[in-house]
Write a protein that binds this ligand. Structure first.
Ligand SMILES: NC(=O)c1ccc[n+]([C@@H]2O[C@H](COP(=O)([O-])OP(=O)(O)OC[C@H]3O[C@@H](n4cnc5c(N)ncnc54)[C@H](OP(=O)(O)O)[C@@H]3O)[C@@H](O)[C@H]2O)c1
Length: 194
């Protein structure tokens, strides 16, 4: 799949490299693409606009406080848009504001509830970590596939109204990581559909 990465730091750089290794066609979008080599980014590199244009799926991995201003000039209509950010400063959840700004995009929130180290190393002994995600039901299988390609087990929580649940999971991750370190993730145990 063609994937555009908006922000090639710890999250964007890590996920983009993993997806490229899994066979996806990744273009890393950077504010200054000339700094790619010093940031350890190899492969296709361009501007944010070029990354958005390239991707059938577009990952946002910039500070949450600049997500909306970063997204607004980009072409995202009809694309799968994955918000991995935390720390937005809008009066509604930033992922809801993103979905409102791009009504024809399929907007998801994923990869925001675990530290980036867990995307480099998603297993614990023989156990594979779960990753919680939310968004439109229509394209959830595509996003689940991208999560699987990182080596994680996708857990679809629900639509964007569930963003508070992901925020709570992030708070729990931070609290536990202070005790156990950052290579730390969750498993959801269940008996199937209710
Ligand atoms: N680190 C984690 O473990 C983790 C886990 C889950 C979610 N997140 C979330 O993921 C997002 C990225 O975190 P990160 O750890 O990858 O951060 P990071 O390593 O600092 O990378 C941030 C990226 O955003 C770009 N950026 C910074 N300020 C910007 C601005 N004002 N406008 C546009 N682009 C800007 C940076 O570009 P330059 O290189 O040009 O500065 C860089 O590409 C954040 O929202 C964070 O809360 C992080």
């Amino acid at each position: 799949m063609k994937i555009g990465i908006i922000g090639a730091g710890r999250i964007g750089g890590t996920l983009g490299k993993v997806w490229a290794a899994a066979g996806h066609d990744v273009l890393f979008g950077m504010r200054d693409p000339r700094r790619a080599a010093e940031e350890g980014i190899t492969g296709k590199v361009g501007s944010f606009a070029e990354a958005a244009e390239h991707g059938e799926a577009v990952l946002f991995a910039v500070p949450g406080s600049v997500l909306l201003e970063t997204a607004r000039p980009l072409t995202l209509a009809g694309k799968i848009v994955i918000d991995a950010t935390n720390g937005g400063n809008t009066d509604q959840p930033v992922v809801r504001a993103l979905a409102a700004a791009f009504p024809t995009a399929y907007v998801y929130k994923a990869f925001n509830t675990l530290g980036f180290e867990n995307f480099q190393n998603p297993t614990f002994g023989t156990e594979r970590a779960d990753l919680l995600f939310i968004g439109a039901p229509t394209q959830q299988e595509v996003v689940a596939g991208l999560i699987t390609d990182v080596g994680l087990n996708p857990i679809y929580v629900g639509d964007l109204d569930q963003s508070g649940a992901l925020d709570a999971a992030l708070s729990l991750w931070f609290a536990l990581s202070r005790r156990f370190g950052r290579h730390l993730a969750f498993r959801v145990l269940h008996d199937g559909r209710a």
